[in-house]
Design a protein around this ligand. Structure first.
Ligand SMILES: [Zn+2]
Length: 347
Protein backbone atom coordinates (compact mmCIF):
# COMPACT_ATOMS: atom_id res chain seq x y z
CA UNK A 1 0.00 0.00 0.00
CA UNK A 2 1.28 3.45 -0.88
CA UNK A 3 1.89 5.79 1.98
CA UNK A 4 -0.91 8.18 1.04
CA UNK A 5 -3.30 5.19 0.88
CA UNK A 6 -2.30 4.11 4.38
CA UNK A 7 -2.86 7.62 5.70
CA UNK A 8 -6.31 7.69 4.17
CA UNK A 9 -7.15 4.32 5.79
CA UNK A 10 -5.95 5.55 9.19
CA UNK A 11 -7.85 8.79 8.68
CA UNK A 12 -11.05 6.94 7.85
CA UNK A 13 -10.64 4.69 10.89
CA UNK A 14 -10.15 7.74 13.12
CA UNK A 15 -13.25 9.46 11.76
CA UNK A 16 -15.24 6.23 12.15
CA UNK A 17 -14.17 5.93 15.79
CA UNK A 18 -15.29 9.49 16.54
CA UNK A 19 -18.53 8.97 14.64
CA UNK A 20 -19.35 5.78 16.55
CA UNK A 21 -19.06 7.65 19.80
CA UNK A 22 -20.85 10.81 18.81
CA UNK A 23 -23.66 8.76 17.25
CA UNK A 24 -24.38 7.41 20.71
CA UNK A 25 -25.34 10.75 22.13
CA UNK A 26 -24.83 14.45 21.59
CA UNK A 27 -24.60 16.75 24.58
CA UNK A 28 -22.78 14.49 27.04
CA UNK A 29 -20.04 17.05 27.82
CA UNK A 30 -19.90 18.11 31.45
CA UNK A 31 -17.40 19.01 34.16
CA UNK A 32 -16.84 16.70 37.13
CA UNK A 33 -19.29 13.95 38.03
CA UNK A 34 -22.83 14.23 36.70
CA UNK A 35 -24.20 11.98 39.48
CA UNK A 36 -23.90 11.46 43.17
CA UNK A 37 -24.34 7.73 43.87
CA UNK A 38 -25.73 7.17 47.36
CA UNK A 39 -25.28 3.58 48.45
CA UNK A 40 -28.31 2.77 50.61
CA UNK A 41 -27.90 -1.00 50.99
CA UNK A 42 -25.34 -3.51 49.71
CA UNK A 43 -25.46 -3.19 45.92
CA UNK A 44 -28.32 -0.69 45.96
CA UNK A 45 -27.64 2.88 44.82
CA UNK A 46 -29.69 6.05 44.42
CA UNK A 47 -28.35 8.29 41.62
CA UNK A 48 -28.97 12.02 42.04
CA UNK A 49 -27.77 14.67 39.59
CA UNK A 50 -25.02 17.07 40.70
CA UNK A 51 -26.11 19.84 38.31
CA UNK A 52 -23.20 19.50 35.87
CA UNK A 53 -25.50 17.77 33.35
CA UNK A 54 -29.29 18.02 32.93
CA UNK A 55 -30.66 14.74 34.31
CA UNK A 56 -33.84 16.05 36.05
CA UNK A 57 -35.21 12.89 37.72
CA UNK A 58 -33.28 10.49 39.93
CA UNK A 59 -32.47 6.94 38.95
CA UNK A 60 -31.46 3.95 41.03
CA UNK A 61 -29.40 0.92 40.20
CA UNK A 62 -28.99 -2.52 41.67
CA UNK A 63 -25.71 -4.39 41.33
CA UNK A 64 -26.38 -8.14 41.38
CA UNK A 65 -24.06 -11.16 41.20
CA UNK A 66 -23.75 -10.97 37.44
CA UNK A 67 -25.55 -7.92 36.19
CA UNK A 68 -26.91 -4.46 36.90
CA UNK A 69 -30.53 -3.34 36.87
CA UNK A 70 -31.22 0.37 36.30
CA UNK A 71 -34.46 1.96 37.47
CA UNK A 72 -35.33 5.01 35.32
CA UNK A 73 -32.94 6.59 32.86
CA UNK A 74 -33.41 10.35 33.01
CA UNK A 75 -34.31 13.20 30.71
CA UNK A 76 -32.25 12.51 27.58
CA UNK A 77 -30.08 10.00 25.76
CA UNK A 78 -27.06 12.03 26.93
CA UNK A 79 -28.03 11.74 30.61
CA UNK A 80 -28.53 7.97 30.32
CA UNK A 81 -25.24 7.64 28.45
CA UNK A 82 -23.33 9.44 31.20
CA UNK A 83 -25.17 7.44 33.88
CA UNK A 84 -23.85 4.23 32.31
CA UNK A 85 -20.36 5.70 32.06
CA UNK A 86 -20.38 6.58 35.75
CA UNK A 87 -21.85 3.22 36.80
CA UNK A 88 -18.70 1.71 35.25
CA UNK A 89 -16.83 3.41 38.08
CA UNK A 90 -18.78 1.23 40.55
CA UNK A 91 -18.93 -2.08 38.71
CA UNK A 92 -17.93 -3.59 35.38
CA UNK A 93 -20.98 -5.90 35.35
CA UNK A 94 -23.27 -5.27 32.38
CA UNK A 95 -26.60 -3.47 32.57
CA UNK A 96 -29.03 -6.13 31.37
CA UNK A 97 -32.30 -4.61 32.54
CA UNK A 98 -33.93 -1.20 32.78
CA UNK A 99 -37.19 -0.56 34.60
CA UNK A 100 -39.28 2.52 33.74
CA UNK A 101 -41.36 3.61 36.73
CA UNK A 102 -43.56 5.61 34.31
CA UNK A 103 -43.53 7.22 30.88
CA UNK A 104 -42.64 10.83 31.75
CA UNK A 105 -39.75 12.40 29.88
CA UNK A 106 -37.55 12.89 32.93
CA UNK A 107 -37.61 9.13 33.70
CA UNK A 108 -37.77 7.32 30.36
CA UNK A 109 -36.08 9.45 27.71
CA UNK A 110 -32.78 7.64 28.06
CA UNK A 111 -34.30 4.34 26.87
CA UNK A 112 -33.01 4.69 23.31
CA UNK A 113 -29.34 4.28 24.20
CA UNK A 114 -29.72 0.68 25.35
CA UNK A 115 -28.87 -2.19 23.03
CA UNK A 116 -31.87 -4.24 21.83
CA UNK A 117 -30.68 -7.13 24.02
CA UNK A 118 -31.38 -5.05 27.16
CA UNK A 119 -34.80 -5.70 28.65
CA UNK A 120 -36.68 -2.46 29.25
CA UNK A 121 -39.54 -3.26 31.58
CA UNK A 122 -42.56 -1.06 32.22
CA UNK A 123 -46.30 -1.07 32.64
CA UNK A 124 -48.40 -1.78 29.56
CA UNK A 125 -49.63 1.84 29.82
CA UNK A 126 -46.06 3.16 29.83
CA UNK A 127 -45.37 1.30 26.60
CA UNK A 128 -48.53 2.67 25.02
CA UNK A 129 -47.69 6.24 25.98
CA UNK A 130 -44.11 6.05 24.70
CA UNK A 131 -45.36 4.55 21.45
CA UNK A 132 -48.14 7.09 20.97
CA UNK A 133 -46.71 10.58 20.90
CA UNK A 134 -46.08 11.17 24.58
CA UNK A 135 -43.76 13.98 23.45
CA UNK A 136 -46.71 15.82 21.89
CA UNK A 137 -48.29 16.17 25.33
CA UNK A 138 -48.10 19.49 27.22
CA UNK A 139 -45.75 18.24 29.95
CA UNK A 140 -42.88 17.59 27.53
CA UNK A 141 -43.83 20.33 25.07
CA UNK A 142 -43.76 22.96 27.81
CA UNK A 143 -40.34 21.69 28.85
CA UNK A 144 -38.68 21.54 25.46
CA UNK A 145 -40.18 24.65 23.85
CA UNK A 146 -38.99 26.77 26.77
CA UNK A 147 -35.35 25.76 26.22
CA UNK A 148 -34.25 28.19 23.45
CA UNK A 149 -35.65 31.13 25.43
CA UNK A 150 -33.86 29.98 28.57
CA UNK A 151 -30.62 29.70 26.62
CA UNK A 152 -31.04 33.22 25.18
CA UNK A 153 -31.80 34.60 28.63
CA UNK A 154 -28.66 32.96 30.05
CA UNK A 155 -26.55 34.41 27.23
CA UNK A 156 -27.87 37.90 27.96
CA UNK A 157 -27.21 37.54 31.67
CA UNK A 158 -23.66 36.34 30.99
CA UNK A 159 -23.02 39.34 28.72
CA UNK A 160 -24.10 41.81 31.39
CA UNK A 161 -22.68 40.02 34.45
CA UNK A 162 -19.59 41.75 35.85
CA UNK A 163 -18.82 39.49 38.82
CA UNK A 164 -16.42 36.76 37.65
CA UNK A 165 -17.73 34.02 39.97
CA UNK A 166 -21.36 34.71 39.07
CA UNK A 167 -20.43 34.78 35.39
CA UNK A 168 -18.69 31.40 35.64
CA UNK A 169 -21.75 29.91 37.33
CA UNK A 170 -24.01 31.22 34.57
CA UNK A 171 -21.64 29.84 31.95
CA UNK A 172 -21.95 26.38 33.50
CA UNK A 173 -25.74 26.71 33.45
CA UNK A 174 -25.56 27.70 29.79
CA UNK A 175 -23.42 24.70 28.92
CA UNK A 176 -25.83 22.39 30.76
CA UNK A 177 -28.82 23.88 28.92
CA UNK A 178 -27.15 23.78 25.49
CA UNK A 179 -26.08 20.16 25.93
CA UNK A 180 -29.57 19.21 27.03
CA UNK A 181 -31.08 20.86 23.96
CA UNK A 182 -28.56 19.09 21.70
CA UNK A 183 -29.56 15.76 23.23
CA UNK A 184 -33.30 16.49 23.01
CA UNK A 185 -32.83 16.95 19.25
CA UNK A 186 -31.72 13.30 19.04
CA UNK A 187 -34.64 12.03 21.09
CA UNK A 188 -36.50 8.95 19.84
CA UNK A 189 -39.01 7.89 22.50
CA UNK A 190 -38.41 4.19 23.06
CA UNK A 191 -41.02 2.05 24.79
CA UNK A 192 -40.43 -0.85 27.16
CA UNK A 193 -39.91 -4.15 25.32
CA UNK A 194 -41.28 -6.16 28.26
CA UNK A 195 -44.53 -5.12 29.92
CA UNK A 196 -46.61 -5.98 32.95
CA UNK A 197 -50.03 -4.95 34.23
CA UNK A 198 -49.94 -5.90 37.92
CA UNK A 199 -46.74 -7.55 39.09
CA UNK A 200 -43.50 -9.13 37.91
CA UNK A 201 -40.63 -10.50 39.96
CA UNK A 202 -37.00 -10.75 38.85
CA UNK A 203 -34.64 -13.13 40.66
CA UNK A 204 -30.89 -12.51 40.63
CA UNK A 205 -29.12 -15.01 42.88
CA UNK A 206 -30.53 -14.46 46.34
CA UNK A 207 -31.93 -11.06 45.38
CA UNK A 208 -35.62 -10.63 44.68
CA UNK A 209 -36.76 -7.59 42.73
CA UNK A 210 -40.51 -7.03 42.66
CA UNK A 211 -42.04 -4.66 40.13
CA UNK A 212 -45.51 -3.71 41.29
CA UNK A 213 -48.41 -1.67 39.96
CA UNK A 214 -50.34 -0.47 43.01
CA UNK A 215 -53.23 1.27 41.26
CA UNK A 216 -53.60 4.46 39.24
CA UNK A 217 -52.00 7.52 40.76
CA UNK A 218 -49.29 9.74 39.33
CA UNK A 219 -50.14 8.22 35.93
CA UNK A 220 -52.30 5.27 34.93
CA UNK A 221 -49.22 3.04 34.83
CA UNK A 222 -46.68 3.87 37.53
CA UNK A 223 -44.83 0.91 38.99
CA UNK A 224 -42.68 0.75 42.11
CA UNK A 225 -39.62 -1.47 42.47
CA UNK A 226 -39.56 -3.28 45.80
CA UNK A 227 -36.65 -5.25 47.25
CA UNK A 228 -38.24 -7.23 50.11
CA UNK A 229 -34.97 -8.51 51.59
CA UNK A 230 -33.25 -5.11 51.55
CA UNK A 231 -36.51 -3.35 52.52
CA UNK A 232 -36.03 -0.72 49.84
CA UNK A 233 -38.67 0.69 47.53
CA UNK A 234 -38.00 2.81 44.42
CA UNK A 235 -41.07 4.90 43.88
CA UNK A 236 -40.42 7.12 40.85
CA UNK A 237 -42.92 9.98 41.06
CA UNK A 238 -45.66 7.88 42.68
CA UNK A 239 -44.06 9.17 45.88
CA UNK A 240 -41.32 11.82 45.86
CA UNK A 241 -39.70 13.75 48.67
CA UNK A 242 -41.86 16.75 47.72
CA UNK A 243 -44.97 17.31 45.58
CA UNK A 244 -45.19 15.21 42.42
CA UNK A 245 -46.31 16.56 39.09
CA UNK A 246 -50.04 15.98 38.51
CA UNK A 247 -50.45 16.46 34.74
CA UNK A 248 -51.46 12.84 34.06
CA UNK A 249 -52.62 11.91 37.53
CA UNK A 250 -55.74 10.51 39.18
CA UNK A 251 -55.46 12.39 42.48
CA UNK A 252 -58.35 10.72 44.26
CA UNK A 253 -57.30 7.19 43.29
CA UNK A 254 -53.67 8.09 43.97
CA UNK A 255 -54.37 8.62 47.66
CA UNK A 256 -55.98 5.16 47.78
CA UNK A 257 -53.17 3.54 45.78
CA UNK A 258 -50.68 4.91 48.31
CA UNK A 259 -52.43 2.76 50.93
CA UNK A 260 -51.19 -0.26 48.95
CA UNK A 261 -47.65 1.15 49.13
CA UNK A 262 -47.92 1.43 52.91
CA UNK A 263 -48.59 -2.31 53.10
CA UNK A 264 -45.13 -3.13 51.70
CA UNK A 265 -42.50 -3.81 54.34
CA UNK A 266 -39.74 -1.27 53.57
CA UNK A 267 -37.57 1.09 55.58
CA UNK A 268 -36.02 3.18 52.78
CA UNK A 269 -37.65 5.07 49.92
CA UNK A 270 -35.64 6.02 46.83
CA UNK A 271 -37.85 8.64 45.17
CA UNK A 272 -37.78 9.93 41.59
CA UNK A 273 -37.09 13.45 42.88
CA UNK A 274 -35.36 14.57 46.05
CA UNK A 275 -33.23 12.62 48.47
CA UNK A 276 -33.85 9.14 49.83
CA UNK A 277 -35.88 9.05 53.03
CA UNK A 278 -37.04 6.70 55.75
CA UNK A 279 -39.99 8.60 57.23
CA UNK A 280 -43.16 6.76 56.26
CA UNK A 281 -45.28 9.62 57.59
CA UNK A 282 -44.46 11.39 54.31
CA UNK A 283 -46.99 9.07 52.69
CA UNK A 284 -49.72 10.28 55.07
CA UNK A 285 -48.81 13.90 54.41
CA UNK A 286 -48.95 13.40 50.67
CA UNK A 287 -52.25 11.50 50.82
CA UNK A 288 -53.75 14.36 52.84
CA UNK A 289 -52.46 16.86 50.28
CA UNK A 290 -53.89 14.88 47.35
CA UNK A 291 -57.32 14.60 48.97
CA UNK A 292 -57.36 18.33 49.70
CA UNK A 293 -56.15 19.37 46.26
CA UNK A 294 -58.90 17.25 44.75
CA UNK A 295 -61.66 18.66 46.95
CA UNK A 296 -60.41 22.27 46.89
CA UNK A 297 -60.06 22.45 43.08
CA UNK A 298 -63.39 20.57 42.75
CA UNK A 299 -65.07 23.11 45.03
CA UNK A 300 -63.79 26.01 42.92
CA UNK A 301 -64.98 24.30 39.75
CA UNK A 302 -68.45 23.95 41.25
CA UNK A 303 -68.41 27.69 41.93
CA UNK A 304 -67.94 28.22 38.20
CA UNK A 305 -64.34 29.42 38.42
CA UNK A 306 -62.05 28.78 35.40
CA UNK A 307 -59.26 26.21 35.76
CA UNK A 308 -56.70 28.99 35.38
CA UNK A 309 -58.29 30.96 38.21
CA UNK A 310 -58.69 27.84 40.37
CA UNK A 311 -54.95 27.22 39.99
CA UNK A 312 -54.34 30.64 41.54
CA UNK A 313 -56.93 30.40 44.28
CA UNK A 314 -56.76 26.76 45.47
CA UNK A 315 -55.52 27.10 49.03
CA UNK A 316 -53.33 24.23 50.24
CA UNK A 317 -51.33 26.34 52.67
CA UNK A 318 -52.33 24.12 55.58
CA UNK A 319 -49.84 21.59 54.12
CA UNK A 320 -46.94 24.04 54.19
CA UNK A 321 -45.21 22.35 57.11
CA UNK A 322 -44.63 19.26 54.99
CA UNK A 323 -44.26 20.67 51.47
CA UNK A 324 -42.68 23.73 49.83
CA UNK A 325 -45.89 25.79 49.69
CA UNK A 326 -45.44 29.59 49.89
CA UNK A 327 -49.02 30.72 49.51
CA UNK A 328 -52.31 29.88 47.78
CA UNK A 329 -52.14 28.27 44.35
CA UNK A 330 -51.39 24.97 42.64
CA UNK A 331 -49.57 24.37 39.34
CA UNK A 332 -51.96 25.22 36.44
CA UNK A 333 -51.31 21.78 34.94
CA UNK A 334 -52.74 20.20 38.14
CA UNK A 335 -55.91 22.31 38.08
CA UNK A 336 -56.43 21.62 34.37
CA UNK A 337 -56.06 17.90 35.00
CA UNK A 338 -58.61 17.87 37.83
CA UNK A 339 -61.08 19.84 35.67
CA UNK A 340 -60.61 17.29 32.86
CA UNK A 341 -61.24 14.37 35.21
CA UNK A 342 -64.34 15.99 36.69
CA UNK A 343 -65.71 16.78 33.22
CA UNK A 344 -65.02 13.21 32.06
CA UNK A 345 -66.80 11.79 35.10
CA UNK A 346 -69.94 13.80 34.22
CA UNK A 347 -70.08 12.33 30.71
ZN1 LIG B 1 -40.35 13.09 37.41
Amino acid sequence: MKRSGLLIVIGVMFVAAIAAQSRQSAGTAHTGKAFRFNKVKEGVYHAVGTGSLAVVGNSSFIVNDNDVIVVDDHVSPAAAWVLLEEIKGVTNKPVTTVINTHFHFDHAHGNQIFAPSVQIIGHEFTRRMLLNNSIGMPLYQNYVTAMPGQIDALRKRIASETDAAAKAKLQTQLQVAENNLASQKELKPTPPNVTLTTQMTLYRGSREIQIRFLGRGHTAGDVVVFLPTEKVVMTGDFLTSGLSNMSDSYPEEWAASLDALKKLDFDTVLPGHGDAFTDKAKIDYFQAYLRDVWSEVGRLKKEGVSAEEAAKRADLTKHKDHFPIQGPGVPPIAATRIYELLDAAKR
